[in-house]
Ligand binder design. Structure first.
Ligand code: GRG
Length: 294
């Protein structure tokens, strides 16, 4: 299938499923939680992580209906991480995806609880995903809890905040990127493999691709933070500089950071070339992600 056609169709299905999964409101006393979750989750994100899950499943010839709910679970974890990352106690940002951050619209405690809700609900919907056997569900829960936890996203965020305002060398920065950014990309690729019941050697290759792709994605994110406008990115630019954070650009400069991202893209592509399924769709998506302008 043509890549752009696949992306357009998959994006539509992801958005529809995300909307179905969070009630508009109900009679419960806690229903304002759903309105705030919809505000963040349904705002205009790129949906890269769920798209990757669906793209891997597509590459193995697996029906999209089987991969859709697990893909949405990863987007929920991503949305929760953005809500918490924007809070005053972390990056204290006012704008996300072109709109006021959640704690600017609701009280801070409400934003915090919305993130907590999305985090816990992600695991609930994983265990309720249709068409999967128990072994697959356990593997998905294990993958997501590992990559979103201390050895992945939370660990990366911990390094980020521990080193704020301090000198950071390249190895430390890369360890932070591996956790904070590459964690969820690795989980997304691994999810695709688990859903497709791919052989163990493919799952390893998918995870390796996820690490390299995540690192490349973060390098480009740092470059865009220096070369784009707030309107293009939908979030404040230069906030890392304001918060005294070391970035790939502050260590390498723009050109070297771009070159490093290209090398990492190549590593990710070499990894998916070893898969036992056609990899053209994944090649296209990886390239689009690393060559993106926003
Ligand atoms: C606070 C638990 C917790 C974790 C925070 C993910 C994260 C760790 C912080 C968010 C800020 C940040 C710069 C993370 C690096 C990963 C990244 C570039 C996120 C933005 O992802 P996109 O570009 O965002 O896919 P959209 O809005 O398109 O979904």
């Amino acid at each position: 299938m043509d890549t752009n056609l696949f992306l357009a169709k998959a994006l539509e299905e992801i958005d529809q499923k995300l909307s179905e999964l969070i009630p508009i409101s109900d009679q419960s006393l806690y229903s304002p939680l759903f309105a705030s979750a919809r505000y963040s989750l349904l705002s205009k994100g790129k949906r890269l992580r769920p798209l990757i899950v669906l793209a891997v499943a597509e590459s193995y010839g697996i029906q999209r209906s089987l991969a859709l709910q697990p893909a949405c679970a990863i987007e929920m974890i991503h949305a929760y991480s953005l809500i918490h990352d924007d809070l005053p106690c972390m990056d204290d940002d006012d704008l996300r995806r072109g709109r006021p951050t959640l704690h600017k619209v609701y009280p801070e405690w409400h934003a915090l609880l919305t993130g907590d809700y999305l985090l816990t609900y992600a695991f609930e919907i994983l265990t309720q995903s249709p068409f999967l056997n128990t072994e697959q569900k356990v593997a998905l829960v294990r993958s997501l809890s590992f990559h979103a936890g201390a050895h992945g996203m939370i660990g990366g965020q911990m390094i980020d905040l521990l080193f704020e305002g301090k000198a950071v060398d390249w190895d430390t920065l890369e360890q932070m990127h591996l956790g904070k950014t590459a964690g969820l990309f690795t989980a997304s690729l691994e999810f695709g493999g688990i859903l497709s019941q791919a052989p163990a050697k493919d799952i390893e290759a998918l995870k390796n691709a996820g690490k390299a792709l995540g690192l490349a994605f973060q390098l480009i994110d740092d470059v865009l933070d220096d070369t784009s406008t707030q309107e293009e990115l939908g979030k404040p630019i230069g906030s890392d500089r304001e918060n005294n954070k070391t970035t790939a650009v502050s260590i390498l400069g723009i050109e070297k950071a771009r070159m490093k991202a290209s090398h990492l893209l190549k590593t990710a592509e070499e990894s998916i070339d070893t898969l036992s399924c056609p990899a053209a769709l994944l090649h296209d998506i990886f390239k689009q992600m690393v060559n993106r302008r926003q």
